[in-house]
Design a protein around this ligand. Structure first.
Ligand SMILES: C[S@@+](CC[C@H](N)C(=O)[O-])C[C@H]1O[C@@H](n2cnc3c(N)ncnc32)[C@H](O)[C@@H]1O
Length: 457
């Protein structure tokens, strides 16, 4: 049976294939790309189908803890990886709907009946899953009949309740004994779409007027940060193509100002791709930027980003922890070390990360962060400043690292910095900015950690 591309069944099957990819260790954007290629979803003609597949896959991955627990509860013999994922997609949709008699329309805009019917059609349409069409029907119907006791049973398990791996929850509980449930609950919040206004070309008040003229609403959430009330594709965002604005979380927008730049400085942006912060550095002052990135494919995106902003940097594909391979021997006034990390502060934007990371990754990342910063430190001029950034909320990658750097880096003076920013809509309570700083703290941002060190002159 061939399915229409605009049918929910086709889109559920596409999403199930992407979700299976994540289960097998592929990052969600790549898994969606693989599915789109496989299904020959031509980008223009099938943009809506691709968008729907992506939306379903993201919704499912956000609720992976719950849907996996439900499948385990409802299925006695494993039905195969694709059926498993199809059930997860259908259950995620049903979970978003209100509990009820089967006729209520859930948040996906589909009635319970439609979701079950389309999941069965999806299973029937594909040779790998056709054998399980009866099972899909029975499992989903049972879920609807016994929803309340089933949810009570699976919610006994923390991983199902919070949609976070138990080792991750243990890290949160240890680091934030009073706040961990709020933090855990926040991971599935819809992230805001935030823009960085390019102050070389416009200003926040001017840009807010431009937005209003285009019929879009926005609010200022940081010195250069504007949050759109509703997300739009960048192609519809006024001034995006011209470089008036870039998409960047308000918390990430603190990195470049914390470098305290002035014209003529030599700046190293280590771990630079896709170049969000590189562009910001170049917007703030007339500086000479070297951007180092180890992943060649990602490094290419730095050029694309800078071209849109009309900026240039010396982009090097290299390992930041091996400057002997790429450094020309000229010291830097500033180093921005936006090191690889767990990404535990940006889970609401990247819901797959929590399922792809392993607990053992954290110790490996901590070592890598230490190696990178220790190797970059000698490249800094006396009097120069290094800004350490992670998009993590685990103290092992944040404050504990800063203490280690303070003790290990020769001639390092710790400067004031925001420290830990927890994801949320309020201005951070614990964070503070350098005394006399003209910077304001953002009010709606992802989780970041910032520390700064100056080399004794
Ligand atoms: C947090 S992201 C950087 C985001 C970027 N600064 C921005 O604002 O757009 C970390 C980047 O570091 C890169 N990376 C990881 N290990 C590296 C290393 N040893 N040397 C250089 N780059 C590295 C990753 O490929 C990734 O692109």
């Amino acid at each position: 049976m061939r399915l229409q591309h605009d049918s929910l069944a086709f889109q559920m099957l596409g999403a199930a294939a992407a979700v299976r990819g994540v289960n097998e260790g592929t990052a969600l954007p790549q898994a969606i790309e693989d599915v789109a290629t496989h299904l020959r979803l031509d980008r223009v003609r099938d943009a809506a189908t691709r968008g729907a597949v992506q939306d379903l896959a993201y919704r499912t991955v956000r609720q992976f803890g719950t849907t996996r627990a439900l499948v385990t509860e409802l299925v006695t013999r494993p039905p195969g990886a694709l059926v498993d994922s199809l059930l997860a997609v259908a259950l995620a949709l049903l979970l978003e709907g209100e509990e009820g008699d089967g006729s209520k329309v859930g948040r996906g805009g589909y009635s319970d009946f439609t979701v079950v019917d389309q999941a069965v059609s999806a299973a029937a349409s594909e040779p790998k899953t056709a054998h399980a069409r009866g099972l899909v029907n029975a499992v989903l119907r049972r879920f609807l009949r016994e929803r309340q006791p089933l949810m009570q049973a699976v919610n006994q398990d923390e991983e199902a309740r919070y949609n976070l791996p138990s080792w991750w929850l243990a890290q949160l509980r240890k680091a934030y004994p009073d706040q961990w449930t709020t933090l855990a609950d926040s991971v599935n919040a819809r992230p805001p779409m935030t823009l960085r206004v390019n102050t070389r070309r416009t200003s926040v008040p001017q840009y807010l007027t431009e937005l209003a003229n285009a019929g879009m609403a926005g609010t200022a959430v940081g010195d250069q940060a504007v949050r759109l009330v509703r997300a739009f594709p960048v192609s519809q965002v006024p001034g995006f193509a011209e470089g008036d604005v870039s998409v960047q979380d308000a918390g990430a927008q603190l990195a470049a100002p914390l470098c305290e730049l002035s014209d003529g400085m030599r700046v190293l942006d280590a771990c630079a791709a896709p170049g969000g912060k590189t562009g910001h550095l170049l917007e703030l002052a007339d500086i000479d930027v070297t951007a180092v990135e180890s992943d060649a494919q990602r490094a290419a995106r730095i050029h694309d980003n800078l071209a849109r902003l009309g900026q240039r940097a010396n982009v090097i594909v290299g390992d930041a922890s091996r400057p002997q391979d790429w450094w020309d021997g000229q010291p830097f006034d500033r180093i921005l070390a936006d090191v690889p990390c767990s990404a535990s502060g940006i889970v609401r934007r990247h819901p797959d990360i929590r399922w792809l990371r392993r607990e053992t990754d954290i110790a490996r990342l901590v070592n890598e962060q230490r190696r990178i910063v220790s190797q970059l430190w000698p490249l800094l001029k006396p009097g120069g400043i290094l800004v350490y950034v992670t998009c993590s909320i685990f103290p092992t990658e944040g404050e504990e690292q800063a203490l280690w750097f303070g003790a290990q880096l020769p001639d390092a003076i710790r400067l004031q910095a925001p420290g830990q920013l927890l994801p949320g809509t309020k201005a951070p309570e614990t964070a503070s900015l350098p005394t006399g700083s003209p910077l304001g703290l953002p009010t709606d941002h992802d989780g970041f950690y910032y520390a700064r060190f100056q080399k004794r002159a």
